[in-house]
Ligand binder design. Structure first.
Ligand SMILES: [Zn+2]
Length: 112
């Protein structure tokens, strides 16, 4: 099992688990592994830019260019993401793209 998520802060993948947290070797950001925790039973409802409720596995389209913090990557408006994964937190949609894995805000996405 090496399914460690990319850093939600800098989006790099030099991350490793440390106790109850994941730690990013690049920016030092730490965040809880708690995704699988039983205490998060009521997952917040995540809605796209149109107010459509998003679910794991949905396909979405970016509705604007998004600059990835800490990198020179810009995710282009109209980019399709085939299968999203919803996670908790500020950037609630985990998007797997050709350029890498990114945590995006649902308000910048539209269900495809
Ligand atoms: Zn980081």
């Amino acid at each position: 099992m090496s399914n460690i998520p990319a850093c939600p802060q800098c989006t790099l993948e030099n991350t490793y688990p440390d106790g109850d947290n994941y730690v990013c070797a690049d920016c030092g950001y730490e965040w809880p592994i708690a995704a699988a925790s039983t205490e998060e039973e009521d997952k917040a409802i995540v809605k796209d830019a149109n107010g459509t409720v998003l679910q794991d596995g949905d396909a979405v389209v970016l509705i604007k260019d998004l600059k990835v913090k800490g990198s020179s990557i810009t995710l282009k408006q109209g980019t399709k993401v085939k299968s999203i994964r919803l996670v908790g937190g500020d950037h609630e949609v985990d998007c797997k793209m050709d350029a890498g894995n990114f945590m995006l805000k649902a308000c910048f996405l539209r269900k495809a």
